[in-house]
Design a protein around this ligand. Structure first.
Ligand SMILES: Nc1ncnc2c1ncn2[C@@H]1O[C@H](COP(=O)(O)OP(=O)(O)OP(=O)(O)O)[C@@H](O)[C@H]1O
Ligand SMILES: [Mg+2]
Length: 428
């Protein structure tokens, strides 16, 4: 059976195949340091300018972190559904479209899955968020069409889609033995998606689940937004955020540089030579030229992703401790004379930085219930998946909003992919 389910995630991707009639998650990568087989492939590519090859996943991040000369790309899914979808990016001396870049990544996922399952994969159910774009249905439709085009270009012949939280519901349904109403909460890297659905052992054989589906909703907020807001609230002032002009104390450095620097899929745009020239001019006019010099140095060293990675790591560390440090020692690796080595951050600071995002996510949860016209009391089970459901503030809100429901914490990173391959078995 040459079918698969493919969850192309903002941060992590997975592929499920069928082996001996069982849905199985493909070990996509050997961890470059521990050697462990991992079923997730971080959605990252590294274009190596010296060897002229492309590495993927943890290896891409490792190549970049080691300081190899090249370009890292992450969170490419965030481009889908945005107005930048048709833009390209110059890598070395070639202009690549985002179709090309996402295509390289999907091709690599497909090859890994084919190698593991020893078959050519022809049919795929691709996951998609409930909304690629919260406000523009035309961009949403274009994003799905784009992903479908890319899947065809890498050799899939039968291509269909399922909403990510519905896929997660099907994964959870494998363990359900009585009829229940479940609210699926999937908070990932780029989006938060919700499904309210009737699940039961008998229902899982049905091909048409329309009657079971009570509501489906999503919002374009996820872990990458939490990273940006934590970054703006902590480390960005070291790079000049908020620094006023020498002669205009009421006017500060343009904020868009910092928003882009804190946004995984925008970082590469700051490596444009024109940006560096503009910043060099600004430096002459700003009250704290050292901070702008630090920003210029960071961009020249192509360290934008490294900074974002340290901020993300601090966010993850704070899931199980109250305080940590955002490591900035890499800033000084050449000069050895830098001043800022680390920025302390605690959980309260993280919670404050992401509060408005988290409030919007939970407003979308309430909207999901409103769509179905049911109250919290009718929900039997909350099933959570997605890396950002590990956040303590998110967990506390789930607990306080649904104290009476049975809470099942699913696999943070594999539930959607597992549900997609179950759906592929049903469809093809
Ligand atoms: N322990 C943790 N605490 C907080 N956040 C975490 C933790 N572990 C991972 N994350 C965050 O989870 C996000 C990735 O989750 P996941 O892999 O589910 O997303 P994705 O499926 O790639 O994205 P999407 O479904 O939105 O396209 C990242 O933003 C990551 O920083
Ligand atoms: Mg996901």
């Amino acid at each position: 059976m040459s079918l698969c389910g493919l969850d192309f995630g903002t941060s992590n991707s997975t592929v499920g195949v069928v082996i001996d009639q069982r849905a199985t998650m493909v070990p996509l990568e050997k961890h470059p340091r521990t050697g462990a087989l991992e079923t997730t492939l971080p959605s990252a590519l590294f274009f190596d300018f010296e060897g002229d090859n492309i590495s993927f996943g943890r290896h891409a991040i490792e190549d970049y972190t080691r300081g190899d000369f090249g370009r890292l790309m992450r969170s490419m899914k965030s481009i889908l559904g945005s107005r930048q979808m048709d833009d390209g990016t110059q890598i070395k001396n070639k202009l690549y479209t985002f179709n090309d870049i996402i295509g390289f990544f999907m091709q690599s996922l497909k090859q890994r899955a084919e190698q593991f399952s020893n078959q050519a994969l022809e049919s795929v159910v691709l996951g998609r968020p409930v909304h690629f774009n919260d406000h523009h249905p035309d961009l949403d439709a274009a994003a799905e069409a784009r992903l479908s085009e890319i899947a065809r270009a890498v050799g899939f012949k039968n291509i269909s889609f399922q909403f990510e939280p519905i896929a997660a519901a099907y994964d959870y349904e494998q363990t359900v033995d009585r009829e229940e109403i479940a609210l699926i909460i999937d908070i990932g890297g780029g989006t938060s998606d919700f499904t309210l659905i009737k699940l039961s052992k008998a229902n899982r054989e049905k091909t048409d689940r329309q009657a079971d589906l009570l509501a489906n909703h999503g919002i374009h907020i996820g872990g990458t937004d939490f990273d940006r807001h934590l970054s703006l609230a902590t480390v960005m002032p070291h790079f000049g955020l908020g620094v006023p002009y020498k002669d205009k104390p009421n006017l500060a450095m343009p904020i868009h540089y910092y928003v882009d620097l804190g946004t995984w899929h925008r970082i590469h745009s700051l490596y444009d030579p024109k940006v560096l020239r503009d910043l060099a001019d600004l430096r002459l006019n700003m009250a704290q030229p050292d901070a702008i010099a630090r920003l210029i140095q960071l961009l020249k060293q192509k360290d934008g992703h490294r900074l974002a990675g340290q901020v993300e790591q601090a966010k993850i560390d704070l899931a199980d401790r109250q305080e940590t440090q955002i490591d900035l020692s890499f800033l000084n690796r050449d000069s050895g004379s830098g001043d800022v080595l680390a920025h302390p951050v605690n959980r309260a600071r993280l919670d404050a930085a992401i509060q408005s995002d988290v409030d919007r996510v939970f407003a979308a949860v309430a909207e999901t219930l409103a769509q179905a016209g049911i109250g919290k009391g009718a929900i039997n089970t909350i099933f959570t998946t997605g890396g950002s459901t590990a956040l303590p503030s998110v967990r506390a809100l789930i607990q306080s909003q649904f104290p009476d429901a049975n809470w099942v914490s699913g696999d943070l990173f594999n539930s959607v992919g597992k549900g997609l391959v179950l759906e592929a078995q049903r469809r093809y």
